[in-house]
Design a protein around this ligand. Structure first.
Ligand code: GAL
Length: 394
């Protein structure tokens, strides 16, 4: 998408926003009417525990979707989409304060890097040299490095600027991860654009360059619950995955290296299935994942944007298509979520499997898996990846 940057803290149709109730003091409003002029409104969200100011951007899309996004981790804090009757609900998991994210955070709504997903034993060898990463996760008692390590991109305050192009609004995020950051080689310069289009598409464009060869696998970890945040489990959501194959894992959720057909297994989502329909099947992979927490190899391996997943919830009619240029997708159905995690709603907690994530990416542990597509970025090359979350109703 062509970009034109707009400056200032209050942009485009803030006057219209005030009149129609597009925004409130608490953030985007569920009552925002369809057809509001697109706008970006910036205001303080809070401070990190080390005193960094965190800004919130409210993107109001011309098609009716509204997103509250913070520059801390590029996190989508709130995401309002219309249901079949036009009523808007916040359909993503998050926290109302920076402290919420700093205290306990299952990567809600966050940008993830340098390497999304797991790297076995926190080690990889590149061009003859072995690198050691922080071990911040131990599924099945097998330590690994998860989602970029102890301080991944989810915990950075990114440099951010509002964007506007035609009827689309957005945010440009940039970050420089220094050489050796979390054990990874090379200085990595990362740019991520979020765009919200009049067609209710949230488009994410990732770019990165490095000065030394290094693995890169960027993704977004938004959780969906189409009935609304803290409104029960997602087991009744119907999922389609445009993937005939998946990568089985060991008990540490590290791929074995095999790529197997899903046909005839509970992992076959090539036609829509309720997530809960087969989740308790007698299946070793489901036992290892505590449910679905696996990586599917997408049918599209062209590097061009193509459908990866679709999600539907029949009571609200909410429908989503995920399109990506990435070769794989992690479907995680919130098996680690519990009713001990507070929601954004006062006095209300989340629940086990209260949200699901569809994370576009390269397969886990790729730096140690010679048969998987490479995740190594070399100096002079540009890492590029695009994902679109296309919101609608059926
Ligand atoms: C997912 C991962 C899960 C879990 C989750 C964060 O991407 O597949 O195993 O770690 O992130 O709680």
């Amino acid at each position: 998408m062509k970009k034109r940057m707009i400056r200032g803290t209050v942009l485009a149709c803030v006057a219209a926003a005030a009149v129609t109730g597009c925004t409130t003091d608490k953030g985007a409003s569920a009552e925002m009417s369809k057809g509001c002029e697109p706008s970006v409104v910036v205001k303080p969200f809070g401070k990190t525990k080390d005193g960094q100011l965190v800004q919130q951007y409210t993107l109001t899309g011309a098609g009716g979707v509204v997103m509250d996004v913070i520059d801390y981790g590029g996190k989508v804090v709130r995401l309002y989409t219309p249901d079949r009757s036009g009523a808007k609900t916040d359909i993503t998991l998050g926290f109302n304060t920076v402290g919420g994210y700093e205290t306990q955070d299952p990567y809600f709504g966050s940008l993830i890097g340098r390497f999304g997903n797991r790297i076995a034993s926190g080690k990889f060898t590149l061009d003859g040299k072995t690198y050691t990463l922080p071990l911040n996760n131990t599924p099945g008692d097998m330590p690994c490095s998860l989602h970029g390590g102890d301080k991944g991109f989810n915990a950075y305050v990114w440099h951010s600027e509002p964007l506007s192009e035609g009827k689309s609004v957005g945010i440009k995020f940039t970050v420089t991860s220094p050489d050796g950051d979390q054990g990874y080689p090379g200085k990595l310069d990362v740019t991520v654009h979020y765009w919200l289009t009049p067609e209710n598409v949230w488009r994410i464009e990732y770019e990165a360059v490095t000065d030394k060869a290094t693995p890169v696998n960027l993704t977004q970890h938004l959780y969906f619950n189409f009935k609304g945040e803290a409104e029960g489990s997602i087991l009744d959501h119907e999922l389609t995955l445009f993937a005939d194959r998946m990568t089985p894992v060991n008990k540490g959720l590290i791929p074995t290296g095999q790529i197997v057909p899903v046909k005839g297994t509970p992992f076959d989502f090539t036609t829509p299935w309720a997530i809960g329909a087969r989740i308790n099947a007698d299946n070793e992979q489901l036992r290892f994942g505590g449910g679905y927490d696996h990586n599917w190899v997408l049918n599209n391996q062209s590097g061009k944007l193509a459908p990866a997943a679709a999600l539907y919830e029949k009571t609200t009619g909410r429908y989503l298509e995920v399109w990506t240029s990435e070769p794989a997708i992690q479907f995680y159905c919130g098996n680690f979520l519990t009713d001990q995690v507070p929601s954004k709603k006062p006095g209300k907690n989340l629940c086990y499997r209260g949200g699901l994530a569809l994370e576009t990416q390269h397969s886990p542990d790729s730096p140690n898996q010679p048969s998987f597509p490479s995740t190594i970025l070399r100096p002079g090359a540009v890492y590029k990846s695009v994902t679109e979350y296309r919101f609608g109703v059926k």
